[in-house]
Every structure is written in structure tokens, then in C-alpha cells.
Design a binder for this molecule. Structure first.
Ligand code: SAH
Length: 348
């Protein structure tokens, strides 16, 4: 099997492919910085070397099956085929000139949060570092960034802490100065509350941000919405986050998907406030994005505002996220694995 080149550092490229160190850097620059995926276009590499590379490595492994853009919001979704016929989805979101890329860390998801589309089709496998990085490269290829570096959020399909090694390797590749050079503070990893992952993440020597999908701040409700809570309850989660902040000094973002009549009342706000006590936090409120077959409704506009106002009045930094990708099924929780719907690695 050929080597997955997008998952390697310049040094690893040089060593694996027996290149001179500067050629490892050149190859890395072509793939990451310029998103050139054809060896023949890598004009500063000698021809004989390009022939050798063609036989031994793949600049990218994923194939672009579909690119869907929303004319209304500028959001763009790509459907990518993995070498084994699985598929993943990734999203580019525009907010003025700010660009955010939302990438998947697994094919499907094992956590089965009650309101999320991704878990419905089950868990298939972890993504490799190259397969995570390539989502970013495909999203960026051909996009106008107006000189701004994009933000990266690990908020697509999957639980990043269940694929810890590959996810952190992909982060280091995205930050690499010979490549995209994305600043650590522009990268956010989102977890459903995997305490072991949070403890490990706290030890990383970087400024990458952490986001926690909370959605409920009492154990009964949270265990229903986010079954992982049965393993790591709110008390454990709080303790892990306090530990994380003691070590890193960094603020934590909390995601709260507002479900009508489920977690959108003032009592829910009070429970959230109690949970946040002593944690340096900001809260992202997201009205639920409808998923066919799931019996929830988005909280009303008025309820969302009230929730937001109540938090802000108590001095908590909070934002109500405007929905961006619903028209192309690219909004939070709408990404899914296309299982048996006619996509195979050989289809166009
Ligand atoms: N497993 C990680 C990464 C996924 S992030 C995590 O849970 O954090 C995706 C975010 O969207 C999570 O906060 C998830 O709970 C939320 N979400 C899932 N389905 C949604 C839906 N239908 N509408 C709005 N948000 C949703």
C-alpha cells in the first residue's frame, strides 16, 4: 500500500521516502500550503523523483464526491470518499471574512447522543491523521480566504477524544509552519465530556482550545441526552474541567443545543449557572437543527433569547449561534455517514 503523505511531517516524509530534508519540506509545502495533489505539478522536484514518489505515496487518499454550497450563507459542505468506501462530511462556514472549517474525527459515532444525526448510522471506524488533514485541504482548495487563516473546529462527525492520537497528530500537522501554520488558538476541539481525554489534553504543550458539549446540567437529563454522562457524570466532568483550567489557565467553551421543552427553561439556566461556578467559561447556544426521524423541536426564538439574556445578566459570556448550514444539511448534528446510498469509491 502507498504511504498516506498528508499525514506525515516534513521529517517523516524525508525519512519514509528517502528524500533529502529540504525535499521533504518542499513536498510538505506543495500538499499543505498549496493544496497541490498531483506530483507532476510539483515543479521544483526533479522528474525522476516525481516518478519514484508516484509509485510510493499518495498526496491525498480521499476523493471528492460532492461539493454543495449554500448561496444564501456561503456555507459549503464536502462529501469525501475514504479508500475503503466509507464517507465523511466536512463543512466550511463563512461569517463575514471569517472562515471556519468543521472537520470529522471518526466515521460515524459511538456516543449516540439522543438528538444528533451522526450516531444514528452507528460507528464505523477512526479516521487516520491524513484523513483528517485532507478534509481541511479539500475544503480550502479553490476557496478565497482574503489572506485570513481559517479557524478549525473538531465538531464534525465523531468524538475526537475517542481517536486521541490521530486527532492530536492532525492538529500538529495543521499548525506546522511549513504548511498551513494555523495558530493553536484558532483550533478548537469539542468533546461530549470524555473525562480521560480532558485530563490528557490538559497535559499538551499548546494553546488549542477546548469546547464541551454540555446540553444539560443535571445528571438525569444529561444521561438521557448524552449517554456518555452515565460513564462520566457531571461531578467528574466539573472536576476534570477545574483541573484542566488549573493546568492550562484557558477558558472553556460550552455548547448547549436548545431543545424545546427539554433544556430551554429558566430552571435549566439555573442548573447551568451552578455547574459553571468557578469555571472560566463562555457558552454557545445553538437552536436544535432538525434531524428527520428524531422527535425533538428547536427552542423558539423567544425562548432562546430569554435563555441567553438570563445567562448574560448573571455575568456569563454567551452567544446565540445563528444557524448557517441547514439548507444544505450541514448544520451541527446534521452530518452523517452515507451508508449504502449509492456511493462507492468508484462512483463519480
Ligand atoms: N462528539 C463531539 C464533537 C461533535 S460537535 C462533541 O459532542 O462535542 C457537534 C456539536 O453539535 C455537539 O455539541 C453536538 O451535541 C451538537 N449537535 C448534535 N446534533 C445537533 C443538532 N441536531 N442540532 C444542533 N446541535 C447538535
Amino acid at each position: 500500500m502507498k504511504h498516506p503523505l498528508a499525514g506525515m511531517t516534513p521529517e517523516e516524509l524525508a525519512e519514509t521516502l528517502r528524500l533529502k530534508p529540504f525535499q521533504g519540506r518542499q513536498l510538505f509545502q506543495w500538499i499543505h500550503r498549496r493544496q497541490v495533489f498531483q506530483f507532476d505539478e510539483m515543479t521544483n522536484l526533479p522528474k525522476a523523483l516525481r516518478t519514484h514518489l508516484k509509485e510510493t505515496g499518495d498526496p491525498v487518499r480521499l476523493r471528492l464526491l460532492q461539493r454543495t454550497a449554500s448561496a444564501r450563507t456561503g456555507t459549503c459542505k464536502v462529501l469525501l470518499a475514504l479508500p475503503d468506501g466509507e464517507t465523511v462530511e466536512s463543512v466550511l462556514i463563512r461569517d463575514g471574512r471569517r472562515v471556519t472549517l468543521c472537520v470529522s474525527s471518526q466515521v460515524g459515532c459511538a456516543l449516540k447522543c439522543d438528538f444528533c444525526a451522526t450516531g444514528l448510522a452507528g460507528f464505523r471506524r477512526n479516521l487516520e491523521p491524513a484523513e483528517i488533514v485532507e478534509q481541511v485541504l479539500y475544503l480550502l482548495a479553490g476557496e478565497e480566504l482574503y489572506g485570513k487563516t481559517p479557524n478549525i473546529v473538531y465538531m464534525g462527525m465523531g468524538e475526537p477524544f475517542r481517536n486521541y492520537g490521530a486527532v492530536t497528530k492532525s492538529i500538529r500537522l495543521l499548525m506546522h509552519p511549513e504548511g498551513l501554520g494555523i495558530g493553536a488558538r484558532k483550533i478548537t476541539l469539542s468533546t461530549a465530556g470524555d473525562v480521560k481525554g480532558i485530563e490528557r489534553f490538559a497535559q499538551e504543550d499548546w494553546q488549542v482550545r477546548l469546547s464541551v458539549s454540555l446540553h444539560a446540567a443535571n445528571d438525569t437529563l444529561r444521561s438521557h441526552l448524552v449517554p456518555l454522562n452515565r460513564r462520566y457524570g457531571l461531578a467528574d466532568l466539573r472536576k476534570a474541567l477545574l483541573g484542566y483550567q488549573a493546568i492550562t489557565g484557558r477558558q472553556v467553551t460550552f455548547e448547549w443545543t436548545l431543545l424545546e421543552g427539554v433544556n430551554d427553561s429558566s430552571r435549566d439556566v439555573r442548573e447551568l449557572l451552578a455547574f459553571l461556578r468557578g469555571i472560566r467559561a463562555s457558552v454557545n447556544l445553538i437552536p436544535w437543527n432538525p434531524v428527520p426521524g428524531l422527535d425533538y423541536a428547536p427552542a423558539s426564538r423567544r425562548q432562546c433569547r430569554a435563555f441567553l439574556d438570563q445567562l448574560t445578566e448573571c455575568g456569563v459570556k454567551a452567544t446565540l449561534r445563528r444557524e448557517k448550514g441547514q439548507d444544505i444539511e450541514a448544520a451541527c448534528g446534521q452530518l452523517r455517514r452515507i451508508a449504502g446510498e449509492g456511493f462507492s469509491p468508484s462512483s463519480p
